[in-house]
Design a protein around this ligand. Structure first.
Ligand code: NAD
Length: 421
C-alpha cells in the first residue's frame, strides 16, 4: 500500500477498491459476489451536441454510472466540472451503493457527470447541456430505475430542468425522477440543510461515544458551501466552538470561535470569506493540521493524503465531503488513533432526506420540516450505533466497519434474489 505513487493514491476508484477489497476479505465474501460488487453494473458514456449562445455547436461528454441496483433504484448526484472523469464517477457511484446500504434505505448507487466548466457558461447554455444530457440517458433513468440529484456545480435549478425534460418525454409530470428540487415543484423541506445536519448528528454521537464534552469543543471545517456552512451553523448553535474555516482561496482562525451567522452574511455579500474582520487570515493548508478536537473536511476529495496525515492534530475527523481521505492516509491516521467517521456514514443525511423527498413525491403528500429532520436524525443515530457495534465486533476501524456493514447488506439482498447469471 505505502509504495504506490501519489497519482494512484488520489485516484478515487483505486481508493474505493482498496477499502472494498479489505472489507470483502474480512467478511469472507464469496468470490462470485466479490467480483460482481467490485465493478459497476452499467457505465454510460455520451457525447452530445449543444448550441452555444454564439451559434457554435459544441460537443460535450457526459457519464452516468450505475454501480448496483440490487437494493432499489440507482441514486446519486450529477456533477459538472472540467475535471470529471469516468474513474471519479465510478468511485462516487459505488460510494452511493455503500452509503445507501449503511443507512439502510432502499436505493442502489449511481452517479453522473458532464465535462464542462459552468463558470464559463451562461444559464441558457447550462440549461441546454442539462436537457440534452438528460435526453441522452433518458432510457436508463426514472423513479424506479435511477434517481438523480445535485452535486458539485449543479443545484435545484439543474434538477428542475432534468425533471422537466424527463416529464416532456414521458408526456406527464414525473417529480420523483430527481431529488433536491425547488420546494414548489416537489422538493422536500429540510433537504437543503440535511447533509450539514447529518454531520452535526454524527459529531454529537462521536462526542457521546468518546465521552467528550460538547461545550467548547473546538471544530475546524474545510469548505463553507452547502455542507460546511450548514454544519458550522448547527454545530455552533449546539455549543461547539468553530475556530477555523478553510476555503479554496484562504482560511480564517479565531480561537474564541467564529460567529457563523455573521460569516454567512459576509459571504453572501462578498462571495468570499476572505476579509472577514472577526477572525485572523490563515492559509487553508495550515488549518487542516491545526489543533482542534474535530476536523470536518467538507469541500472535496483527496485533501488528507500521505503528505499531511501525520501532521493532523484533531482527535476526531467527520467526513462531510465524499472521499476526502486516501486509503494510505487512513493507515497513518489509524496509527495516530484518530477517530474517523467515514463519508459513507457522516454525509449520509443528504441522501436520507432525498429518500424522503422521493417518498413524498410518490405519496403526493408533503411532510413538515420537523418530521423530515426527526426521521433523518433517528436513521443516522441508529446507523452510527450499527457501525460502532460492527467495528467493535470485528475489531476494525469505523471506515472498514461501515464498508463491511454495507457490503453485507447488499450481499444478503443479492443472495435472497439470486444471481441471474
Ligand atoms: P459546495 O460547492 O456547496 O461547497 C464546497 C465548498 O468547498 C465551496 O465553498 C468551495 O469553495 C470549497 N472548496 C472547494 N475546494 C476546496 C479546497 N481544496 N479547499 C478548501 N475549500 C474548497 O459543495 P457541497 O454540496 O457543500 O459539497 C461538498 C462535499 O460534500 C463534496 O465532496 C460533495 O460530494 C459532498 N456531499 C455533498 C452533499 C450535499 O447534499 N450537498 C451530500 C453528500 C456529500
Amino acid at each position: 500500500m505505502t509504495t504506490i505513487s501519489l497519482e494512484q493514491e488520489i485516484n478515487p476508484w483505486e481508493a474505493q477498491e482498496a477499502r472494498f477489497d479489505f472489507a470483502a476479505r474480512k467478511l469472507n465474501l464469496e468470490e462470485g459476489l466479490w467480483k460482481l460488487l467490485r465493478m459497476p453494473a452499467r457505465e454510460i458514456i455520451v457525447h452530445f451536441p449543444v448550441a452555444m449562445d454564439d451559434g457554435r455547436i459544441e460537443i460535450f461528454t457526459g457519464f452516468r454510472v450505475q454501480h448496483s441496483i440490487a437494493r432499489g433504484p440507482g441514486k446519486g448526484g450529477v456533477r459538472y466540472s472540467p475535471e470529471v472523469t469516468l474513474d471519479e464517477v465510478r468511485a462516487l457511484a459505488s460510494w452511493m451503493t455503500w452509503k445507501c446500504a449503511v443507512v439502510n434505505i432502499p436505493f442502489g448507487g449511481a452517479k453522473g457527470g458532464v465535462i464542462c466548466d459552468p463558470k464559463k457558461m451562461s444559464q441558457s447554455e447550462l440549461e441546454r447541456v442539462t436537457r440534452r444530457y438528460t435526453s441522452e440517458i433518458i432510457d436508463f433513468i426514472g423513479p424506479e430505475k435511477d434517481v438523480l440529484a445535485p452535486d458539485m456545480n449543479t443545484n435545484d435549478q439543474t434538477m428542475a430542468w432534468i425533471m422537466d425534460t424527463y416529464s416532456m418525454h414521458m408526456g406527464h409530470t414525473v417529480t420523483s425522477v430527481v431529488t433536491g428540487k425547488p420546494l414548489n415543484i416537489g422538493g422536500s423541506r429540510g433537504r437543503m440543510e440535511a447533509t450539514g445536519r447529518g454531520v452535526q448528528v454524527i459529531c454529537d454521537e462521536s462526542m457521546r461515544y468518546l465521552e467528550m464534552p460538547i461545550d467548547g469543543c473546538r471544530v475546524i471545517i474545510q469548505g463553507f458551501g452547502n455542507v460546511g456552512s450548514n454544519a458550522a451553523l448547527l454545530l455552533m448553535e449546539r455549543g461547539y466552538k468553530i475556530i477555523g474555516i478553510a476555503e479554496k482561496d484562504g482560511g480564517l482562525l479565531n480561537p474564541n470561535g467564529i460567529e457563523i451567522h455573521q460569516l454567512l452574511e459576509y459571504k453572501r455579500r462578498n462571495n468570499t470569506i476572505l476579509g472577514f474582520r472577526n477572525a485572523e487570515a490563515v492559509p487553508s493548508d495550515e488549518l487542516l493540521v491545526s489543533e482542534c478536537e474535530i476536523l470536518i473536511p467538507a469541500a472535496t476529495e483527496n485533501v488528507i493524503t500521505s503528505r499531511n496525515a501525520d501532521q493532523i492534530k484533531a482527535r476526531i475527523i467527520v467526513e462531510g465531503a465524499n472521499g476526502p481521505t486516501t486509503a494510505v492516509a487512513d493507515d497513518i491516521l489509524a496509527e495516530k488513533r484518530i477517530f474517523i467517521m467515514p463519508d459513507i456514514l457522516a454525509n449520509a443525511g443528504g441522501v436520507t432526506a432525498s429518500y424522503f423527498e422521493w417518498v413524498q413525491d410518490r405519496q403526493g403528500y408533503f411532510w413538515k420540516e420537523a418530521v423530515v429532520n426527526e426521521q433523518m436524525e433517528t436513521i443516522l443515530r441508529d446507523s452510527f450505533e450499527d457501525v460502532i457495534r460492527y467495528a467493535e465486533a470485528h475489531n476494525v476501524n469505523n471506515r472498514i466497519a461501515a464498508y463491511m456493514l454495507a457490503i453485507d447488506r447488499v450481499a444478503i439482498t443479492i443472495r435472497q434474489r439470486g444471481i441471474y447469471a
